[in-house]
Design a protein around this ligand. Structure first.
Ligand SMILES: C[S@@+](CC[C@H](N)C(=O)[O-])C[C@H]1O[C@@H](n2cnc3c(N)ncnc32)[C@H](O)[C@@H]1O
Length: 342
């Protein structure tokens, strides 16, 4: 074993190194799309729905010049899709896509800007400050590294440490702000129960939302709420399209579902007077934005065969995005950010 694989670290530190350290999983040229499909990759209907949402936010703000901040932007696929949708809306007013918008597109990403990206997209490793518009984060928070806790034989919550080969051991008792977070959001009730300590995600979400001067922030992710946490946590790995054991060696994604109710409350606590955040499934959110898996009428097959085939394929993609037991179960956390007064 090398020195590095022998070293014990908490999961937060080990994940940080494996995903974002030198040679880290997310900094590689193939990007996330080389290893798994998110809603963004599943269908252009997703970007079109985000374009419609952007149109709604622009209307609320009474403007046609609007910022779209994509946090955890991958290789800029969502922003590229939204710009294509708004371009299409400008060219075809019957398309149902917003066409009269001037979109200021910001990709926030730890990986480098990919070659050939639309020059309208600004690329940075941190969000812009004070913009008006929509902040959108699809499958970002599940990749914000967290520590893992496990209850020992006496029921005491202890940090779990891991080596680069994936071997684990129990370390010291969970303490301080982490212990408070566990008690509030994810109490461990019996020996062997495990939890991911979501505090860094609460902080990351609160900081991201703070970049908006006015508008809406939406986080979309694999998620759970206090009444239904997974008893042994959800930390897992993905490599080349397959779920694999979580090993922090830089060769696989490391992800754990997000306690989005905790993220929502963290923002509420940081910003008195803001509207309470909403939490709905992706199925509900996309349906409200016009994405439905309904089949086209069979009569279309004889009047417009090519249109029928297109509509059928689009219905299949919509069904995937809204499927129960699949992408449709993702949660959308929406935080409205009012303009500061005074
Ligand atoms: C699962 S991928 C999702 C990519 C894209 N949003 C999508 O839905 O296809 C998560 C992305 O978040 C990025 N990321 C993680 N933490 C970040 C941070 N603090 N700031 C910016 N990007 C981050 C990773 O580099 C990775 O590209």
């Amino acid at each position: 074993m090398t020195d590095e694989t022998c070293q014990w670290q908490g999961w937060r530190e080990a994940t940080e190194r494996a995903l974002y350290g030198p040679g880290g999983f997310y900094l590689r040229p193939e990007g996330p799309a080389g290893h798994f499909r998110t809603s963004v990759h599943a269908s252009p209907l997703f970007a079109a729905a985000v374009a419609r949402l952007l149109g709604e936010v622009a209307e609320e703000l009474g403007t046609t010049e609007i910022a779209l901040v994509d946090v955890g932007a991958g290789r800029g696929e969502l922003l590229t899709g939204v710009l294509a949708a708004t371009d299409a809306g400008a060219g075809d007013t019957a398309s149902g896509l917003p066409g009269a918008l001037t979109v200021r597109a910001y990709a926030v990403e730890r990986a480098a800007r990919p070659a050939g990206l639309d020059p309208r997209i600004e690329w940075s490793d941190r969000p812009p400050r004070g913009v008006r518009g929509l902040l959108f984060a699809n499958e970002w928070l599940d990749n914000v590294p967290v520590d893992v806790a496990e209850a020992d034989a006496e029921g005491t919550a202890r940090y779990v440490e891991v080596r680069a080969d994936g071997t684990e051991r129990l370390a010291g008792p969970v303490s301080g702000a982490d212990a408070e977070w566990l008690a509030r959001w994810w109490p461990l009730r019996e020996p062997g129960a495990r939890a991911e300590i979501g505090r860094p995600r609460d902080e990351a979400w609160t900081a991201a939302v703070a970049c908006l001067a006015e508008g809406r922030a939406v986080a979309v992710d694999y998620a759970h709420v206090r009444a239904a946490r997974p008893p042994f946590g959800s930390l897992t790995g993905f490599r080349a399209g397959r779920e694999v054991p979580p090993v922090p060696d830089g060769d696989c994604d490391l992800t754990a579902h997000v306690a989005l109710d905790a993220c929502a409350e963290a923002v509420g606590a940081a910003s008195a007077g803001w509207p309470v955040a909403g939490l709905v499934t992706q199925r509900e959110a996309l349906r409200a934005l016009g994405v439905s898996g309904g089949r086209p009428p069979l009569s279309l097959a004889s009047t417009d065969p090519a249109g029928y085939v297109r509509a059928l394929s689009s219905a299949g993609e919509a069904a995937e995005l809204t499927a129960l037991g699949g992408l449709g179960d993702f949660l959308w956390l929406t935080q409205r950010v009012p303009a500061a007064t005074g």
